[in-house]
Design a protein around this ligand. Structure first.
Ligand SMILES: Nc1ncnc2c1ncn2[C@@H]1O[C@H](COP(=O)(O)OP(=O)(O)OP(=O)(O)O)[C@@H](O)[C@H]1O
Ligand SMILES: CC(=O)N[C@H]1[C@@H]2OC[C@@H](O2)[C@@H](O)[C@@H]1O[C@H](C)C(=O)O
Length: 363
């Protein structure tokens, strides 16, 4: 790969199953030099049903081939719209994640995508990390470290992604290299939007609780919240990661509640898991910078603001794009893989030593 910064196109199909994000980042795999265009391809109702059916499945399970078709079709259509791309980072769609058991499963075929787009594609980012004893997730932390330096942060900050699952990266931007000791600490906080989405889907036939309108009219059932927080996951030391459906008991905890109280309680659980996660930060961050769709939920954001000492701000306040950060991250990680740089380390996934995950497919 040529020296210096390149235009990397990253694509992410997240655990919310809402669609595919794609975005360009200009980077040499260490520093961010700038950001380029971005776009989004929503999954249709039928496509989403196919993906839901395949959740929890492993390669060769019955519903995986149909899910692969959906994922490939969406990515091919979306990514073909971009011009002047040097390399693609293709995450695919996580269907199952069990790093200490069966492994991690992202559906999507990088060979096929490279052939269709006529571009080098980096994919299968998580397997190598899991094989070396890591959690395989979260993988965005090294990118968060680059973001902290890009925005000119001079003291520790934390990035919180509120997607289907939540993840937190504490960053010390004074440490120059992301893989150096003390630069980052990262982990999944707990379920974020996925349980609220599932509730709205089951009870109201809606995709999500827009602007927290339903949760706003309900109250948090504290007994259910306390039972949820008894789960040993929250006291486990990071790094640690979660499957999308890692807390199946959440739904039974709110089963008897009204729609509004159930939405408020599941939203409260998402917030409380972040608050428990903040206790693991080596020192209090100067800011909590929030990305992912949950930053648009005023109920969730207010729950965090009232409980935390530091300012809680959407990443837009520091000039980043909270809808595209994960897509940009996989573009950035693709360049790291191509240049032989690590994509995770002991403080981000618990992997034995820093590792560069990802296969490279050439057209
Ligand atoms: N206006 C809004 N009000 C409330 N919630 C919202 C709003 N906009 C988006 N969301 C929530 O954000 C979700 C999408 O978030 P995002 O795109 O960050 O998830 P993802 O990338 O699929 O997840 P992950 O980061 O876990 O892979 C939606 O499914 C919805 O729950
Ligand atoms: C296994 C998997 O796909 N995990 C996702 C999921 O969604 C959010 C959280 O759980 C995070 O750990 C991860 O995604 C981001 C992009 C990551 O790897 O950093």
């Amino acid at each position: 790969m040529q020296k210096g910064p390149v235009r990397a196109l990253g694509a992410m199909s997240g655990t919310s199953l809402d669609g595919v994000d794609a975005a360009v980042v200009v980077t040499d795999g260490v520093e961010i030099h700038g950001f380029g265009e971005s776009d989004y391809r929503v999954y249709s109702e039928e496509e989403r049903t196919v993906l839901h059916r395949a959740l929890g499945q492993w390669p060769n399970d019955p519903d995986v081939a149909a899910a692969r078709d959906v994922v490939m079709r969406a990515h091919e259509a979306l990514l073909a719209k971009f011009r002047d791309v040097d390399i693609v980072g293709f995450h695919g769609q996580t269907l199952a994640h069990d790093p200490r058991g069966r492994g991690t499963h992202q559906v999507g075929d990088g060979d096929l995508l490279a052939a269709t787009l006529g571009l080098p594609v980096v994919w299968d980012f998580r397997s190598a990390d899991v094989e070396m004893g890591g959690e395989g997730a979260p993988l965005v932390p090294f990118f968060h470290h680059a973001c902290a330096r890009y925005i000119g942060a001079t003291e520790p900050v934390a990035f919180l992604n509120l997607g289907g699952v939540g993840n937190l990266t504490w960053v010390d931007p004074r440490v120059e290299r992301a893989e150096a000791e003390g630069a980052v600490l990262a982990f999944d906080t707990g379920p974020a939007n996925a349980p609220v989405n599932d509730l709205l889907r089951d009870r109201r036939g809606l995709d999500y609780d827009e602007d927290g309108k339903l949760a706003m009219t309900g109250k948090v059932e504290t007994g259910a919240l306390e039972l949820f927080l008894d789960d040993p996951y929250f006291s486990r030391m990071p790094p640690k990661s979660l499957d999308r459906n890692a807390f199946p008991e959440m739904m039974s905890l709110v089963r008897e509640l009204s729609d509004a109280d159930a939405a408020a309680t599941l939203t409260g659980m998402a917030a409380a898991s972040v608050l428990r996660g903040m206790e693991h930060c080596p020192e209090s961050p100067a800011q909590l910078l929030v990305c992912g769709g949950g930053r648009k939920n005023p109920v969730l954001m207010e729950m965090l603001r009232v409980a935390l000492d530091c300012p809680v701000q959407p990443v837009e306040e520091v000039g980043l794009d909270g809808d595209m950060l994960e897509a940009q991250a996989f573009g950035y990680l693709a360049v790291r893989v191509a240049r032989g740089l690590p994509t995770s380390g002991p403080s981000t996934t618990g992997v034995r030593m820093a590792v560069g995950g990802g296969q490279v497919s050439r057209p």
